[in-house]
Design a binder for this molecule. Structure first.
Ligand SMILES: Cc1ncc(COP(=O)(O)O)c(C=O)c1O
Ligand SMILES: N[C@@H](CCOP(=O)(O)O)C(=O)O
Length: 466
């Protein structure tokens, strides 16, 4: 399997190189050169398999040439061995047609663990082969940071520098990052938004000298391996609800468009996905883009769903490329225009390509609180605010009522206990597996959101290539 860049100029790479590179050298994102195809019989063959075996079947075409099936199984067994639920991503029924796919049973209580526990293993395996060292630079609105740090803390071939927007993540999210004391972990609170942090990270990758000197790599969903691991739970859930014979819809609380792009990939591979509902909070660039073709960056408004307070969605570029006809040169021009003017219109081909599968909804604070209360009153489920945004969009959608709708429950409610308490009166407790988070000392540095400040900080602490 080879991967091509959405901007058409970087060389095609195999899975191992793509995983270690993160972002393509032309500023684009890697996508598979063609989607592996699963027939109805292949999908039916997933029924009754464990999560790990499902993961091996779904991911093996993507890693071909870099890992054997046994190596992949070995890495998945280790990665999912730390989850607290045997099903890894269990389905919970809410009513006759609504389901939750609980993605928060990993070590840091958010869906990011599903991919990042595996990515930590992949880094270790590939770096051992090359006897090399990586400098990971990442941006987080709260969940990627803690999951990535958990996955790589203490590993001697990796340093991680994680940027979060100062004061704009929940106290649990911040402490999950800043109380990890390992010499290779560096937390930076920047004076800006998640978008500022993400732009700084991309600029570091685009600085060829800096990137080569420190051998930069990515843990954000710009790294293809992240999305690959997330495709698995779409298959796992759909098969449990009757695929390949019954189509299933998914509602996905969305920010950086990684999670829902994994659903798009599953559909492209042959999974019968009736619809993908992109649920945003009031930071609604994706809703405007999908409903009206207007992809223009607004100012980020802080909300009770901080992980979705994003106005530039990295992975949307992957959809524009694939749904718009895979013209890398044209997309490079379109993205350059967006980067300078902060606005662009989708082409007709991009809009039509997306419309076949996607719908979108913008959910405000009242809609979120109503969905949390409904889930609690109707089904006894306490949701986190991000998952509630997804559920609200799912319940408002006009899909054929015979189609089951799965809302991705992306975080444990205890990560956002203040917001949950405000909406429902219930204050969820932290599961024992996160340990004594509020007794441990925090360590992080505050920096201005400037390229100079952040690169100087990284250069002072990272290991340059020999
Ligand atoms: C809890 C939670 N829900 C939803 C999202 C949005 O996911 P994505 O950025 O993949 O669209 C995030 C952040 O990524 C998150 O942390
Ligand atoms: N919500 C995310 C933002 C980063 O998204 P990613 O999926 O691209 O890593 C977070 O929690 O950090």
């Amino acid at each position: 399997m080879h991967y091509v860049s959405t901007r058409g100029r970087a060389a095609a790479l195999g899975f191992e190189d793509v995983t270690l590179a993160g972002l393509a050298s032309d500023g684009g994102l890697y996508v598979p050169e063609a989607w592996p195809q699963f027939s109805a019989a292949d999908i039916a063959g997933l029924a009754g398999l464990s999560y790990v075996e499902t993961a091996v079947r779904v991911m093996r075409p993507f890693v071909a040439g870099s890992l054997t099936e046994d190596e992949l199984r070995d890495l998945c067994t280790t990665a999912y061995g730390r989850f607290s639920h045997q099903a890894i991503t269990p389905l919970v029924q809410l009513d006759h047609r609504h389901w939750l796919l609980e993605l928060f049973h990993g070590p840091t209580l958010a869906f990011k663990d599903v991919a990042l526990q595996l990515l930590g293993q992949l880094f270790e395996r590939f770096l051992a082969r090359r006897d090399d060292h990586l400098t990971i630079v990442g941006a987080t609105s709260g969940d990627t940071g803690s999951a990535a740090i958990d996955a790589v803390a203490g590993r001697d071939k990796v340093d991680i520098f994680m940027l979060h927007p100062d004061g704009r993540v929940s106290d649990v999210q911040r402490r999950q990052m800043t109380t990890v004391r390992a010499p290779n972990v560096h937390n930076i609170a920047i004076a800006g938004s998640f978008d500022d942090a993400q732009a700084l990270v991309k600029r570091m990758f685009n600085d060829a000298d800096f990137s080569a000197r420190f051998n930069l790599s990515a843990v954000n969903s710009i790294n293809w391996a992240r999305l690959m691991a997330q495709i698995v739970y779409y298959f796992y859930a759909a098969v449990r609800l009757g695929a390949p014979d019954r189509p299933v819809a998914f509602s996905v609380p969305t920010g950086n468009f990684g999670d829902v792009f994994a659903g798009y990939a599953a559909a492209k591979m042959g999974l019968p996905v009736a619809r993908l509902i992109v649920a945003t909070n009031v930071n609604d660039i994706l809703h405007r883009a999908l409903s009206d073709g207007d992809y223009s960056q607004g100012t980020v408004v802080p909300t009770a769903t901080p992980s979705m307070d994003i106005q530039v969605s990295s992975n949307f570029e992957r959809l524009l490329f694939d749904a718009g006809g895979r013209d890398g040169a044209a997309l490079a021009t379109q993205m350059a225009g967006f980067e300078s003017s902060k606005a662009m219109r989708l082409t007709n081909a991009q809009r039509e390509g997306a419309a076949a599968l996607f719908r979108s909804a913008r959910v405000d604070a009242d809609g979120m609180a109503l969905a949390m209360r409904w889930a609690h009153e109707a089904a006894g489920q306490v949701l986190d605010p991000h998952s509630a945004i997804g559920l609200s969009a799912a319940r408002a959608d006009d899909l054929d009522p015979a189609v089951p709708v799965v809302t991705l429950a992306t975080a444990h409610p205890a990560k956002f206990r203040d917001a949950v308490e405000r909406a429902t009166g219930i204050r969820p407790g932290l599961p024992a597996r996160v340990g004594s988070l509020f007794e441990r000392e925090e360590a992080y540095d505050r920096l201005p959101a400037t390229f100079e400040a952040v690169t100087a900080y990284v250069a002072d602490r990272a290991t340059p290539r020999a």
